[in-house]
Design a protein around this ligand. Structure first.
Ligand code: AMP
Length: 421
């Protein structure tokens, strides 16, 4: 028997309803903020990610699902931002619409060691705003993330924000950190010893206790590395968030694992998630389009991990049984023909309907109707055929009566609308 690859998941019907719920709420909220959906290929040239995420990033170093085809090297997308900027430039949106607000949802792939909340195929629900450096875009995006979580019935999360500054600021910051850390390098973990030279900012979010303790002792004042423009930008972001009364915490050691981030970065964590506590994260990437051969253009986005949202959300509990399912039970061959026509009519009137295809006994079929959460059952047997009626059972009230065949749909509709009042 074949088994699924570790770190992938089968989403069976009983669970997929929660997914639809999450997706529907997500689409509704994005639409309120005037974002449009973008759908892109799951596979891209691998070098797109090398170039944008950074060759020393963990994703490029260890986690890419690579597919070699002749001389070409493709990658299953590990994230959505770089492909969206690729599509923005390739479709000349930088020359036409210029400013655009996009959202997306779909699978991402990272070759990680699977554990709770960490999969090899997982799903992002995210957005990108391309074409502006306005700090109020940052405010909109962070408040949108906050509003999404509220609508997913999630509470108990924390929004952490920071500013990395522009490219020059990041270099200045890296130098300051290097100066502070080098004398104590022997106390860092093996990975961080390498990071000191290659990617010193990443030391700030190393999870090893020794490194964390070192980081806590660092002097991380923004004024020491942010230029006046970036300091002002960050000030306006905070001011806007205060105006909207959004709870956030400025977290000086918050950095993101990818090279392309500049200025505002943020992360939303939830204590119920355990060691993989990030629900989502995002930030500005004002140099990414240029990195890909386009113009310098301001942009910002974020992504939530949908599996993690579902681990802590209460909106998943609303289940499918609210549907008005009509379940038809034909008790003999001739009745099946009528059932077929009846199903067709019901569905054309947009009433959810199904029938017993397993030729169960009446008792067995009734049990099945119950399990499916059917609101009505229609029984057609010998007696009903003779009298040109059907037996209609209201499963909520537990009442049953015979009704004329041609009056059935009208009867069901009436009962549904009575129930809505
Ligand atoms: P990232 O692009 O790494 O910032 O990811 C954004 C969000 O996606 C994270 O905060 C997680 O919620 C989710 N995520 C990232 N990697 C994984 C993974 N391997 N499995 C499940 N969710 C993930």
């Amino acid at each position: 028997m074949f088994k699924k690859i570790p770190g992938t998941k089968d989403i069976l019907p009983e669970e997929s309803y929660s997914w639809q719920n999450l997706e529907n709420i997500g689409r509704k909220i994005f639409s309120c903020y005037n974002y449009q959906e973008i759908r892109l290929p799951l596979i891209e040239e691998a070098s797109l990610f090398d170039r944008t995420l950074g060759i020393s990033s963990e994703i490029v170093q260890k986690q890419m699902f690579l597919v070699r085809h002749g001389k070409n090297l493709f990658a299953l997308r590990p994230e959505g931002t770089a492909p969206i900027v690729r599509a923005y430039l390739e479709n000349n949106l930088d020359k036409t619409v210029k400013f655009i607000k996009l959202y997306y949802l779909g699978p991402m792939f990272r070759l990680e060691r699977p554990q709770k909340g960490r999969l090899r195929q997982f799903h992002h629900l995210g957005c990108e705003v391309i074409g502006s450096t306005d700090p109020y875009v940052d405010v909109e995006i962070i408040s949108l993330a906050d509003n999404l979580l509220k609508n997913f019935s999630i509470n108990g999360y924390e929004i952490k924000i920071n500013s990395l500054g522009c490219k020059q600021d990041k270099e200045r910051w890296a130098e300051i950190l290097r100066r502070q850390l080098t004398p104590h390098a022997n106390r860092l973990c093996a990975d961080c010893k390498v990071r000191i030279k290659k990617n010193v900012l990443r030391i700030l979010d190393c999870k090893k206790p020794g490194c964390r303790e070192m980081v806590r002792g660092l002097d991380l004042k923004k004024e020491s590395y942010l230029c006046p423009d970036c300091l002002m930008h960050f000030g306006k972001v905070k001011e806007g968030l205060d105006l909207l009364k959004i709870n956030y915490k400025v977290t000086p050691h918050l950095v993101r694992g990818l090279d392309y981030y500049t200025r505002t970065v943020f992360e939303i964590t939830h204590t119920d998630l355990g060691s993989q506590d990030a629900l989502g994260a995002g930030g500005r990437y004002d140099n990414l389009a240029q990195e890909l051969g386009g113009p310098q253009i301001g942009a910002m986005g974020f992504a939530f991990g949908m599996e993690r949202l579902l681990l802590v959300s209460r909106c998943k509990d609303i289940n499918a049984s609210s549907k008005n399912l009509v379940y038809v039970i034909p008790l003999e061959e001739e009745a099946k023909k009528q059932a077929l026509r009846l199903l067709d009519n019901l569905r054309k009137q947009e009433i959810t309907a199904d029938m017993d295809y397993e030729n169960k006994s009446l008792k067995g079929a009734m049990r099945k109707a119950n399990d499916l959460g059917a609101k009505f059952v229609v029984i057609i047997g010998e007696d009903e055929l003779k009298k040109d009626v059907v037996t209609l059972k209201d499963m909520v009230l537990g009442q049953q009566r015979q009704v004329k065949r041609q009056d059935l749909i009208l009867n069901i509709k009436k009962q549904i609308s009575n129930r809505l009042i």
